[in-house]
Ligand binder design. Structure first.
Ligand code: SR1
Ligand code: MG
Length: 406
């Protein structure tokens, strides 16, 4: 039997041995079952369950390359980042992340709460399910984890120490390439375009100089603006939901970056869900809940941000009259720009979203992609204009009309 004193990638049987030897979670149980259930791009995720008591845990282990491709060489340090960030987020936004029971820096794995009674948000949205608390929970999560880790609130030397703790070069490089470079240049020749939209994307994205110029500016902001401890990959595959509960998972891309990176990812991924629902003519009740959720995500974020600012600001100059609104406007501008960048990269880049790729009708998919890209260009090129949820939603709906999707 392995002693787990030196690193290797575990199989399901070894994971059972691991939890027995490293935790007391299943003390006394002899009937553990384990399966690899991961469907993410980077790691291996095992669920261990005691079929008698029903108790279960998740063991997540990092390899030194991405699960989907050896092309991405990655530090296993990402599991340390993920475990520590989940613990910190759990303190800042109680109840909105899974509990971490153990982090192991030898096996590069962590043991955490099993959320199998929840569903991945992207899957749930594709099933047209409604979650009344979603915008409220996600905006609480973002305001608490972003504002409270920024220089507005934290003592500056402590904040700088935290910046150092969460330096995450390899995962940031993935975003620098996949979000901020390749979708505009295809310089690594690995963009995966839907054939029926290939020419349209070449003309409207690759060949748009003004758009590429804005993307270049945004890339440098992403690399240099150490504003807050961002989740770094807050798409709808990083959120678990059930009727009355929202849990944000997978913060392995976390680092000190622009607050708008998280908010923009949330808005963009809600917009993918809307675009799918729109072209496939989904249930009206579901569509209007999605629209309300997009609006509320921006408006509740702004409202809670200003309220939290009032209660938590410590930085002397941030207390100047009007500075809170000015600062929020810069975050909303970044949110709009990142909304656009995420929308472009999931269509013109390598890493896709199922909301769009599983639209089986070719014409519907063409329309969904084009309406997203048309809106995305507005978000990127006119980012400073977006201040309210309605501003965001209007551009999305106008883009749908321009692509003649009724
Ligand atoms: C190689 S990783 C591709 C994408 O998956 C992750 O979830 C991030 O979104 C990344 O860009
Ligand atoms: Mg992930």
């Amino acid at each position: 039997m392995a002693d787990f004193n030196s690193y290797f990638l575990m199989n399901a049987d070894e994971v059972i041995q691991y939890v027995k030897s490293k935790t007391s979670f299943f003390d006394g149980s002899n009937n553990l079952k384990c399966a690899e259930i991961g469907d993410g791009n980077l790691n291996y995720v095992f669920r261990v369950i005691d079929e008698e008591s029903g108790k279960s845990v998740i063991v997540k282990q990092a390899g030194d390359t991405a699960r989907i491709s050896d092309e991405f060489k990655l530090s296993t340090n990402r599991i340390r980042i993920e475990s520590n960030v989940l613990k910190l987020e759990g303190e800042l936004a109680p109840g909105l992340v899974p509990e971490v029971y153990l982090y192991d820096n030898v096996m590069n794995c962590c043991v955490m709460e099993d959320l199998s009674d929840h569903t991945i948000l992207r899957t749930a949205l594709m099933e047209e399910r409604i979650f009344p608390k979603l915008a409220d929970d996600l905006t609480t999560f973002m305001v608490n984890t972003l504002l409270l880790t920024s220089d507005v609130v934290m003592e500056h030397k402590e904040k700088k120490a935290r910046v150092q703790d969460y330096i995450n070069p390899e995962l940031c490089e993935i975003s620098e390439d996949l979000v901020y470079s390749e979708p505009f240049t295809d310089h690594n020749n690995r963009n995966d375009l839907f054939p029926a939209n290939k020419e349209w994307i070449e003309q409207n994205i690759y060949a748009d100089d003004a758009l590429r110029f804005e993307a270049a500016k945004l890339k440098f902001a992403f690399m240099t603006n150490a504003q807050a401890l961002v989740h770094g990959d807050l798409h709808s595959g990083s959120v678990f939901v059930k009727e009355d509960s929202t849990k944000v998972i997978d913060p392995e891309f976390a680092f000190y970056g622009p607050m708008g990176y998280d908010a923009g990812n949330v808005v963009a991924n809600l917009m993918f869900a809307w675009s799918r629902a729109h072209v496939t003519k989904a249930d009206e009740k579901y569509l209007s809940w999605l629209e309300e959720t997009i609006r509320d995500t921006v408006d509740l974020f702004a409202e809670k941000f200003l309220a939290s600012w009032k209660g938590n600001v410590t930085e002397i100059m941030a207390k100047e009259r009007g500075f809170d609104r000015w600062y929020l406007d810069t975050v909303l501008k970044d949110t709009a720009a990142v909304t656009g960048m995420e929308m472009v990269r999931r269509i013109a880049g390598l890493a896709k979203v199922k909301d769009l790729t599983t639209i089986s009708d070719e014409q519907q998919r063409v329309k969904a992609e084009r309406l997203c890209l048309t809106a995305a260009k507005q978000f990127i090129l006119k980012a400073a204009r977006f201040k309210t949820g309605e501003d965001f939603l209007r551009v999305l709906k106008d883009s749908a009309l321009n692509h003649n999707v009724q």
